[in-house]
Design a binder for this molecule. Structure first.
Ligand code: SF4
Length: 385
């Protein structure tokens, strides 16, 4: 299997505060692909927004975007930037005063299409301050908001998206600001994939490999949006395209983060938390696979160690699948067998199976993942229980 990561220009995201140890995140280059999300709270309500940001960060979100559309938001942003555990991106649309206020508040990045600020003097003012403060800018083109002339000429196409983005890129380049990230989001997989591929080729040929932020906009409700994002972003990531991603779901933003991680983990691009394999169950199952799988998920929520666990309904595939997992469990009549790397550890009555499985998983963390051993108490009971 060969998967080539496209070489891109790395940019550093860090909130500009008095604290030099504020969390810093690199996007692009050889750095791991970064997970992002966006708050749904009123930015002016800094406490509520920070509560959501902390929740997202706890779930594994590494960069959070917040909207900044009026003076009240800009005031909230000051506090948010100072107290956030992760870099903050300000989402700006047309109002250059909000861009200036967000930069003054110390955001780590702006999401802004400079061509949307119609007055060139105002654009220059914003870009100069961003450059001075070393604040990268993400150009975000969506299929639904193309430049009217390009839409008329090229239609609702990937070509029009790329041409729109390049216009904004050229404005920043002319003003000497090249800390750039680009996104090209459509609501469907085919247009999104084609747009990013085309942009990748175009950027390479012009010698400006800016980092790419992946996403499918308005992907949908939880289930359909997850499938669409996994397919579209998965194709691109597998081709080595993309440096950061946001899964956009019509759901609580906390739902977006595990989906993003799931995509990255399933492609072997990042490791975080358990990877649980479970058979779909069938007439041969001698144990409730769903119930057991959910129990493993409950244990998984308590850890960040990348433990691989296989849950099998019967012994047909159990031993084989367990070879590829750190811990495997296979159902039998009223009992279950536990394996470690395919070797049988023991057979336990169903009533004792969960406790034995938990013990085995804790043992794996202590022995194989020492960096995460602090999450298991000395008496081998899980912290927090
Ligand atoms: S592991 Fe056993 S129970 Fe699960 S799907 Fe395969 S045959 Fe069926």
């Amino acid at each position: 299997m060969i998967r080539l990561r496209r070489a891109s220009q790395p940019v550093l995201l860090q909130n500009k505060t008095d604290d030099p140890s504020a969390k810093a995140v690199w996007i692009g280059g050889d750095h791991p692909i970064v997970v992002q999300s966006m708050t749904t709270t009123d930015t002016a309500d800094a406490d509520a927004t920070l509560a959501q940001i902390y929740g997202l960060a706890m779930a594994g979100c590494e960069v959070v975007r917040v909207t900044c559309q009026d003076v009240r938001d800009a005031e909230g942003l000051k506090q948010i930037v100072r107290r956030s555990p992760v870099p903050i991106v300000a989402d700006i649309h047309f109002d250059h005063r909000m861009a200036l206020a967000a930069l003054e508040a110390g955001v780590a990045k702006l999401r802004l299409n400079p061509g949307n600020i119609r007055d060139p003097h105002k654009t220059r003012e914003v870009v100069s301050l961003a450059k001075e403060r070393k604040t990268p800018i993400r150009i975000g083109v969506n299929l639904g908001s193309l430049a009217p002339d390009l839409e008329q000429k090229l239609g609702l196409t990937a070509e029009a998206m790329v041409a729109s983005a390049l216009r904004h890129v050229e404005i920043l380049e002319e003003l000497g600001h090249t800390e750039i990230i680009i996104s090209l989001k459509a609501h469907d997989v085919a247009t999104t994939v084609y747009a990013y591929r085309l942009m990748d080729t175009t950027l390479r040929s012009r010698g400006t490999p800016y980092a790419l932020h992946l996403g499918i906009t308005e992907a949908g409700l939880l289930r359909d949006g997850t499938v669409k994002s996994a397919v579209g972003l998965g194709i691109l990531l597998w081709e080595g395209i993309g440096d950061t991603l946001r899964v956009s779901l019509a759901a609580d933003p906390l739902e977006e983060v595990p989906v993003a991680w799931g995509i990255l983990k399933s492609l072997g691009l990042r490791e975080k938390g358990f990877e649980i394999t479970a058979c779909p169950s069938c007439g041969r199952a001698e144990i409730d696979v769903l119930d057991l799988g959910r129990s493993v998920e409950a244990i998984a929520r308590e850890y960040t160690a990348p433990v691989k666990v296989a849950v099998m309904g019967c012994v047909v595939n159990g031993p084989g699948e367990s070879k590829m997992a750190d811990v495997g469990v296979a159902g039998g009549k009223g009992k279950g067998a536990i394996y470690r790397k395919g070797s049988l550890v023991g057979t336990y009555p169903e009533a004792e199976l969960f406790t034995a499985l938990r013990r085995e998983i804790e043992g794996v963390i202590l022995e194989q993942y020492p960096d995460f051993a602090h999450e298991v108490r000395q008496d081998h009971s899980i912290v927090g229980l």
